[in-house]
Each structure stands twice: as structure tokens, then as C-alpha cells.
Design a protein around this ligand. Structure first.
Ligand SMILES: *[C@@H]1O[C@H](CO)[C@@H](O)[C@H](O)[C@H]1NC(C)=O
Ligand SMILES: *[C@@H]1O[C@H](CO)[C@@H](O)[C@H](O)[C@H]1NC(C)=O
Ligand SMILES: *[C@@H]1O[C@H](CO)[C@@H](O)[C@H](O)[C@H]1NC(C)=O
Length: 474
């Protein structure tokens, strides 16, 4: 202000105004930019073209590993699969029909399982500790599966939600609170658009989705409700019910989510928003269940898979051989990450709220592995090649540090590891978790050999898979 005052003269009101006004206007503009809801970020139109142009919030690619939780009324029969209701009553599959005939009185309906979903051992703080110990950096809970039962006290799911029936608790709220209070995991929610047997959905389906009673009265209000109440940072949509995204008004909802919702800056979504959107529109791509393409994709993607090979929901009659081993899970993780994906590994809790000890052990062992090898996973990028041409194993890369990580899944008892792909290495080679440099020899165009330390099994830095850190490699 004083810069404008003519030296040695008294300030005239007009001079002050002429000088102060532009300053005030500039301050107001600055304040507006800082405080306005959209800040400086773009606004999106309710079209795929516009929505697909939104950059994926960067945290998602950095974290690499999440835990999926399938929990609901299907966890009460905990037989066959979380598709129990459909297989039993719609497809009338023999094992399901027989299971009901043998174990339940005649006339027992799926709704009768609701009060048996008791969750008496559900301790969200304990779940948070277990999830954290796995090394995962996000969690996705089924807020509602195709059965329609909501794990929160939804206004739109009368008498078919966890606050009114069964646990009589708001499961979503409890887990969100514990995750946020006790861990640095990002909290995400799965939500099924359609419901197998909802009369409104069946009515719309019978009209070939020319009517839109169900999305208007049920799925859209639910989506707005969970986003405003629980502010999930991942919205994992599923179950299009063979209806197009126009029926679900997915683009209208996503435009709100990206422009005006409380999570507009950080939320990440997937690609399951109506027939034809999968692997094509939305946030990151899931493409299919257990998607693991084995090559680099130009778009961020996620491999959602299950520890129990046959089911997402808990199965009481699962055999030990039905569960992937820790070795197999780590293979999934490193293959996925080397090709630019995230791994979303599923567990199914029991009806009474326990994470079965077999899942706990798998989760903790993943965490043990990541505590040693995590620097080759978190925050990495794919390298110029994804797996080695000589030794079974994969590569990840940290461009800034000029560090390549070679992850191999079998310990070379010969004492020598041959890597076919690093052509020229100028820097050093180390085994992560083991002190000291390793000796290596260049084979020119054929790669290099590395002398691994002679270690007994209990001297190895970890079980199931090891990482060589190579600096300055081409
Ligand atoms: C958060 O965690 C602390 C320490 O574990 C605990 O004392 C506190 O009650 C928790 N807060 C909530 C809201 O759960
Ligand atoms: C779709 O959602 C948007 C955003 O909430 C809304 O403005 C629009 O009216 C909806 N369209 C239909 C057909 O429901
Ligand atoms: C590379 O990985 C993909 C998928 O993980 C696999 O199909 C392929 O056989 C691997 N190639 C080599 C040379 O190991």
C-alpha cells in the first residue's frame, strides 16, 4: 500500500481506494480459489469421456496391496459360496438344496438366516490389528452384496440391515473407525448395484430396464448414503445385473463423486458400473475376478482374488488344500505388481465375527514377507521387462533411485543366480535383508550371474521369495 503513496504527500481518499481496491480484489480471489469446493481442480461431466479423463489419485498405485472382506448373511450357512441364495433357490443346485433339506426345517427361508448373523466375536480393533499386520495398505469391505443386506443401518434397506437384524451393530461404522484410528490403511467399500431378488429390481428387469424404480429408490440413495456417512476412499462397485450404466445412472453418480462429494480428491473407483463398462470405463480396471494378465497394461488395474480358491464368502467345509499357500500368494503379489497392478486379496470372516486363524496366519505371513521385501513392492513402477527370461522371477523398479529389484521365488541352492535381463550393471548388488555386497559377473548381452550367500534355511532373510537390489542397471 505504501508503495502507491506519493512520497511526502498526504494520502487522498481516491488514491487509497485506487490502491487498496485491486489488492482486496486479489485477496478475495485467492481466498475464493482456496476455499471454493472445487479448488483449482477440474470439474467432470456425467459422460464417460469426461470421467475417464480424471487422473487416478496417486496413492492407489503406490500402496499395491489391499485386503478384500466378504461378509454378510451368506456367512451364516457358510456353505458353497457367497452366491448361496441364488444357487439354492434360483438355480436349485443339488448340493445346496440337499444341504437345506438335511439341516434346516421345511419352510426355512434365506431371510431366516438374518437373525443368525450374530457377530458376537466381532472386534473391529482386532480386525484392524490383523489387517495392519498383513502389510496391506487398504481394505475393502462388502457394505452390501447381491443379497441386499446392508452392513450399515441404511435408511433404504428396511429390516434387512445389520443394525436392525442380526448383529444390531453398524459394522461399517465400527470397522471404519478402527481402521482410521489404529492403522494407516485406506478404507474402502464394496457395493453391489443389483440385488438378486429385490422386487423393484425384478420389476425393472421385466421391463427390460425401461423403468428405473430400483436404482432411484435403492442403489443410488445407498451409494450417496455410504459416501457421505463413511467417506470411503475406494468405491468398489459390482453386480450390474445385466443392466446398462444408463439404467444405474453411473455417470451421474460418478460426476457427483468426483466433483462434489466429501471424498472427491482422494476417492478411487473401479470399472464395474454397468454392462460394457468393465475393463473400459471408470477408475482402475478389474476386468474379471482373479485377473492376472502376466503382461504390462497401459491402464492401472487390480487383481482381486481369494485365499480360498473356491469362494469369497467363508466356507465351513473348506479343506486345507482349498487355501492358497503363502508361497502362492506371494507369487500372485509379485507377478501383479511387476505388471503394474495392485493385489486385492480376499478373506471371508465367520458369521460370529471371527477371522479364521488360517486367514490370520496367511495375512501375518504376507506381512512378514513385506517387512523384509516391502521396498521392492510399495511405491515401485514396472521395469522395462516384467519377468526374467532365464530364472523364474519378476522385476520392479524405482526410477528415482535407479534401482531395479529382481524377485525370485526359488532359492538357488547352487549358490549362483543367473539373471538374463540386466544387460549392464554399474552399481551394486545386494540381497535385501542380508548385509553386504554380492559378487556378480556380467555375461554381456546374456545378462549376469550373481553369487548368492551360502545360508542355511533359518539364516535366510525370509521364507518364500527373495529380492536382489540392483543399482544403476540398464
Ligand atoms: C482409538 O485408539 C485409542 C488407542 O488404541 C483408544 O484409546 C481410543 O479409544 C480409540 N478411539 C476410538 C474412537 O475408537
Ligand atoms: C443422474 O444423476 C445426476 C447426479 O446426481 C442427476 O442430476 C440426474 O438427474 C440423474 N439422472 C437420472 C436420469 O436419474
Ligand atoms: C512371465 O510371466 C507370465 C505371467 O506371470 C507367464 O505367463 C510367463 O510364462 C512368464 N514368462 C517367463 C519367461 O517366466
Amino acid at each position: 500500500m505504501f508503495l502507491c503513496a506519493p512520497q511526502g504527500q498526504r494520502l487522498l481518499l481516491s488514491q487509497v481506494a485506487g490502491c487498496v481496491f485491486p489488492l482486496v480484489a486479489m485477496l478475495l480471489l485467492l481466498l475464493f480459489l482456496l476455499l471454493s469446493p472445487q479448488g483449482c481442480s477440474a470439474r467432470y461431466d456425467p459422460t464417460w469421456e469426461s470421467l475417464d479423463s480424471r487422473p487416478l489419485p496417486t496413492w492407489f498405485d503406490e500402496v499395491k496391496f489391499g485386503i478384500f472382506i466378504h461378509w454378510g448373511v451368506f456367512s451364516v450357512p457358510s456353505f458353497g459360496s457367497e452366491w448361496f441364495w441364488w444357487y439354492w433357490q434360483k438355480e436349485k443346485r443339488q448340493p445346496y438344496v440337499k444341504f437345506m433339506e438335511t439341516n434346516y426345517p421345511p419352510g426355512f427361508s434365506y431371510e431366516d438366516f438374518g437373525p443368525l448373523f450374530t457377530a458376537e466375536f466381532f472386534d473391529a480393533n482386532q480386525w484392524a490389528d490383523i489387517l495392519k499386520a498383513s502389510g496391506a495398505k487398504y481394505v475393502v469391505l462388502t457394505s452390501k452384496h447381491h443379497e441386499g443386506f446392508t452392513l450399515w443401518g441404511s435408511k433404504y434397506s428396511w429390516n434387512w440391515n445389520a443394525v436392525s437384524v442380526g448383529p444390531k451393530r453398524d459394522i461399517v461404522a465400527e470397522l471404519a473407525t478402527s481402521i482410521r484410528n489404529k492403522t494407516d490403511l485406506h478404507f474402502g467399500l464394496y457395493h453391489s448395484l443389483f440385488e438378486w431378488f429385490n422386487p423393484l429390481f425384478l420389476y425393472d428387469a421385466s421391463n427390460v430396464f425401461k423403468t428405473r424404480q430400483f436404482p432411484t429408490a435403492k442403489s443410488l440413495p445407498e451409494l450417496y448414503e455410504i459416501v457421505t456417512k463413511y467417506q470411503p476412499e475406494i468405491l468398489w462397485s459390482d453386480g450390474n445385473g445385466n443392466a446398462p450404466d444408463t439404467y444405474w445412472n453411473s455417470t451421474g453418480f460418478l460426476a457427483w463423486l468426483y466433483n462434489d462429494s466429501p471424498v472427491r480428491d482422494t476417492v478411487v473407483t473401479n470399472d464395474r458400473w454397468g454392462v460394457g463398462s468393465i475393463c473400459k470405463h471408470g477408475g482402475y480396471y478389474t476386468c474379471s475376478d482373479r485377473y492376472n494378465p502376466g503382461h504390462l497394461l497401459p491402464h492401472k488395474w487390480e487383481n482381486c482374488m481369494t485365499i480360498d480358491k473356491w469362494s469369497w464368502g467363508y466356507r465351513r467345509n473348506a479343506q486345507l488344500s482349498d487355501y492358497l499357500t503363502t508361497e502362492e500368494l506371494i507369487k500372485q503379489l509379485v507377478e501383479t505388481v511387476s505388471c503394474g497392478g495392485n493385489l486385492l486379496m480376499n478373506i471371508g470372516p465367520t458369521h460370529d465375527g471371527r477371522i479364521d486363524v488360517i486367514f490370520q496366519e496367511r495375512l501375518r505371513q504376507m506381512g512378514d514377507w513385506l517387512r523384509v521385501n516391502g521396498e521392492a513392492i510399495y511405491g515401485t513402477k514396472p521395469w522395462r521387462t516384467q519377468n526374467d527370461t532365464v530364472t523364474p522371477g519378476v522385476y520392479t523398479f524405482k526410477p528415482k533411485e535407479e534401482t531395479v529389484y529382481a524377485i525370485f521365488l526359488k532359492w538357488p541352492i547352487s549358490g549362483t543366480l543367473v539373471l538374463g535381463d540386466p544387460k549392464t550393471i554399474i552399481g551394486e548388488t545386494q540381497l535385501i535383508g542380508h548385509k553386504g555386497q554380492l559378487k556378480w559377473v556380467s555375461l554381456g548381452e546374456k545378462g549376469m550371474t550373481v553369487a548368492v550367500p551360502q545360508l542355511t534355511p533359518n539364516q535366510l532373510p525370509c521364507q518364500w521369495g527373495w529380492t536382489l537390489q540392483l543399482t544403476n542397471v540398464k
